[in-house]
Design a protein. Structure first.
Length: 120
C-alpha cells in the first residue's frame, strides 16, 4: 500500500505543478489586463512551494519516516475538502471532472495511508 500512497502523492504534486504553470500562462497572456488579485508569479511560486511540500512528504512516507503520516493525511483531507467541492459548484464539465478525479485520488491516498500502518 505504500506504493499506492506514493503514486497518489506524486500525482497530486505533478498535478499542482501543472496547474501552477497553467495559471501563470493564462494570467500573463491576457494582454496585461489583470484584476485585483495576487500577481500570477506570486501564485505560481506559492503553488510550487505546496507541490514541493507534497513531494517531500510523499518521499518521507516512502522512506518509512513515521512523522510523514500526519502531514500526508492532512494533505489528502485538505485536497478532498477543496476539490470535492468542484463537482458541486463547478461551472463546466472539466471542473467537475477534475474535482471528482482529485477526490478519488485523495480518498485512495487516505485509504493507502491507513493500510500502510498495518504493513509496518
Amino acid at each position: 500500500m505504500r506504493k499506492v500512497a506514493l503514486i497518489c502523492g506524486l500525482t497530486e504534486a505533478i498535478g499542482l505543478v501543472t496547474f501552477a504553470i497553467s495559471v501563470l500562462v493564462k494570467e500573463t497572456s491576457d494582454n496585461g489586463v489583470r484584476g485585483s488579485g495576487p500577481h500570477p508569479l506570486v501564485l505560481f511560486v506559492i503553488f510550487l512551494i505546496f507541490a514541493g511540500s507534497i513531494a517531500a512528504v510523499t518521499r518521507a512516507l516512502w522512506l518509512g519516516k513515521s512523522w510523514a503520516r500526519t502531514p500526508f493525511g492532512l494533505i489528502q483531507v485538505f485536497a478532498l475538502l477543496v476539490f470535492a467541492y468542484l463537482p458541486l459548484s463547478g461551472s463546466g464539465i472539466s471542473a467537475r471532472f477534475v474535482g471528482a478525479l482529485v477526490a478519488v485520488v485523495s480518498l485512495t491516498g487516505l485509504f493507502a495511508l491507513v493500510k500502510t500502518r498495518s504493513d509496518n
